[in-house]
Design a binder for this molecule. Structure first.
Ligand code: ZN
Length: 413
């Protein structure tokens, strides 16, 4: 009985999946990474990788560089990825003020993407409709049948509940209370759907593809119209008891400040969110000032815009100081639209951390810009689909029968 538990054949099959899952979870991994992460012997890994490469489930990617931290001298290791040509993933990001949809191959390389500005709040049905239209248009342009898409990852600017994958209530995204995103999109597209909070997924994307590569303890801060964060500890997202950890935008930094959309008063978002930044400058620049105006003026050296951005950075640093003291992260990665403001913003964060965090901890934290910009969240959605698609489904994908098998598991990270 080849399938009997404990038989050699069963063990080999389990180990094949472990190797595939390891490559999947990292996006790309060398043979040495797989040995380290699975605990399998070098000989076993070498043999299984050769088998998976011969079956075109894995491919060697000499074009991709391993993270700089890994090798200490010697020839750089060749990275392995899932075979990019065997299918694709869809990613969607529903932010406060727009949608982004992307299609990637199985190695998570984005093939095409679209972005649309719209008021996502209180227009849930329209947002889903537009996102599905954008996905259909992208797949059409790429001549990629929906049957070859193996999973859809979705990033939403709201806390997502652990248990059901539904949006938590009350949601900071107006009109989205209790919406089950996975069920809704599965109904429309017939794909396995995986849903996560956008800042958490931004953290995953920076870890897999960006400024967090090779770093397993960091906090990703998404500064846009809203503010959120993703906390990566020991290479795993910290989600908290109910899945809503990292709501940095709702840390109180000004107890007698403005009332926040969450119902509390003086949350970081009311001081450093997009609306607060535009309000701070609009006395000088006029009532129609947009966040893009503030960022453009700050980059051009306008003293008022730079001051507003730097003060926002100081508030962000204050909100982060307790987290840094408690968790001792290696990096704070600053992304989102406002993250593009660069040095005035980062200087503000550094100034607050220098004041409020003890020197040994502060000295070990680097404050860096994200390297994926506003795309981090949709890339994280693709990474989520990549990680959550069962390796067994990839090994059995030859017939390309993903369509119509939507599981709407609503798995959340
Ligand atoms: Zn709040």
């Amino acid at each position: 009985m080849g399938n009997a538990p404990g038989s050699l054949e069963s063990l080999r099959r389990t180990n094949r999946l472990r190797v595939l899952q390891t490559v999947q979870s990292r996006g790309a991994a060398s043979r040495a990474d797989i040995v380290r992460l699975t605990g399998l012997s070098r000989t076993t890994v070498s043999s299984l990788v050769a088998e998976l490469v011969s079956e075109s489930l894995l491919v060697e990617r000499p074009d991709q560089q391993p993270p700089p931290a890994s090798p200490n001298g010697g020839r750089p290791a060749t990275l392995l990825t899932l075979d990019p040509g065997a299918g694709g993933f869809l990613g969607m990001h529903f932010g406060h003020d727009g949608l982004r949809v992307a299609v990637a191959d199985l190695s998570c390389t984005v093939l095409d993407e679209e972005q649309r500005t719209m008021d996502v709040e209180e227009h849930v049905g329209d947002a889903f409709g537009h996102a599905c239209e954008m996905a259909a248009r992208l797949l059409g342009r790429l001549d990629l049948a929906v049957s070859r898409v193996v999973g859809l990852g979705v990033a939403v600017s709201a806390p997502v509940r652990h248990d059901s994958g539904a949006i938590a209530s009350p949601s900071p995204l107006k009109g989205w209370d209790d919406v089950n995103v996975a069920e809704e999109l599965d109904r429309r597209l017939g794909l396995p759907v995986y849903v996560g909070n956008d800042a958490n997924l931004g953290a995953v994307a920076e870890w897999m593809f960006g400024a967090g590569r090779g770093v397993d303890d960091f906090v990703y801060v998404m500064l846009s119209d809203g503010i959120g964060s993703g906390i990566m500890l020991n290479g795993r997202l910290h989600l908290g008891a109910t899945g809503t950890a990292g709501e940095l935008g709702h840390v109180v930094v000004s107890p007698y400040g403005f009332v926040c959309r969450c119902g509390n008063r003086g949350c970081l978002e009311t001081v450093a969110g997009g609306r607060a930044l535009t309000a701070a400058l609009s006395q000088v620049t006029g009532p129609n000032t947009t966040l893009d105006d503030v960022l453009r003026l700050a980059r051009a050296g306008d003293p008022g815009a730079r001051r507003a951005v730097q003060d926002a950075g100081r508030a962000v640093g204050r909100a982060l100081s307790g987290l840094c003291t408690m968790l001792n992260p290696r990096l704070i990665i600053v992304g989102g639209r406002t993250g593009a403001a660069g040095e005035p913003l980062l200087d503000g964060i550094r100034a607050s951390l220098a004041r409020e965090v003890s020197p040994p901890v502060n000295g070990s934290v680097g404050i860096v810009p994200g390297s994926l910009g506003e795309r981090a969240e949709v890339l994280g959605a693709i990474a989520l689909a990549h990680r959550m698609t069962p390796a067994a489904a990839l090994t059995g994908r030859a017939g390309g029968s993903a369509a119509g098998t939507g599981t709407a598991g609503g798995r959340v990270i």
